[in-house]
Design a protein around this ligand. Structure first.
Ligand code: SF4
Length: 72
């Protein structure tokens, strides 16, 4: 089965209805409790938060660039 949600912003992997990350089946999602997922929503929410922490950590620890570029 496939599903296309009208609230999904694919450019940001974002839920426009809930104004947060799209994690199908999360509280407030249009799917509600009508669908059973192979991976429970709680587990997918934890994984999404872990991914976001890793991205933020990488962003904060990226080497600083000098203004004007790093040419010779
Ligand atoms: S969380 Fe649910 S309502 Fe929101 S975009 Fe994803 S599938 Fe649609």
């Amino acid at each position: 089965m496939s599903f296309s949600c009208p609230h999904f912003d694919p450019n940001r992997d974002f839920c426009l209805r809930l104004n947060t990350d799209c994690v199908p089946g999360r509280r407030g999602c249009v799917l509600g409790d009508k669908v059973v997922f192979a991976v429970p929503v709680e587990e997918r929410l934890r994984e999404k938060e872990r991914e976001k922490r890793e991205v933020e950590w990488a962003r904060l620890n990226a080497p600083l660039r000098k203004p004007g570029g790093g040419g010779r």
